[in-house]
Design a protein around this ligand. Sequence first.
Ligand code: IMP
Length: 212
Amino acid sequence: MSAPRRLTGKLVIATHNAGKLREMNELMAPYGITCISAGELGLPEPEETGTTFMANALIKAHSAASRAHLPALADDSGLCVDALDGAPGIYSARWAGESKDFTAAMARIESEISAKGCTEPHQRKGWFISALAIVWPDGHEECFEGRIDGTLVNPPRGTAGFGYDPIFLPEGHERTFGEMTSEEKHGLPADGSLALSHRARAFQLLAKACLA
Ligand code: IMP
């Protein structure tokens, strides 16, 4: 197996999601990579027709890399709920609808899990997944995945972060992602031990393989 390809110079962040873009920029900041967003370049959002997080990340990264003629990094991520057999999963963005109404999406999760009688914390388990794909203009791919397990709380708590952050209480913590600063949510320890968020965990693997 060949060594992972290193990233240098410019990188397109292939997302139109402002929350993800901010987090990816924060994570990339120490590495001297110039990040440009797909939005700034006016790139279209490809249809996410994959059946896995990684397949969708690769669709977005290939689309951006071939149009921008630059390496492109895409994150496909979402919240999986144990009691809902992993839903909304790859459909996490779609549950918020055209208007991106995450208050409604969080209410739908609550209503579906309460309809199943899941009131105790152990019945309300969920996990976030982040699949990161970097694709170069010649088609070369590097892929990384991160996961964080937690419990879903009701009512939602906190106004920080984005998406489903206010209902997600990461394992071993007393505040939801919605109650954490970005730095706390990333939870990147200086000694290189495991980060906190799914995205930061995937990013640690990416950084080890392709950066520094
Ligand atoms: P997609 O990856 O663009 O299909 O969208 C994933 C969706 O999952 C986002 O719109 C968010 O709603 C949700 N999501 C992914 N990562 C996070 C996170 O870190 N916090 C909260 N919600 C997230």
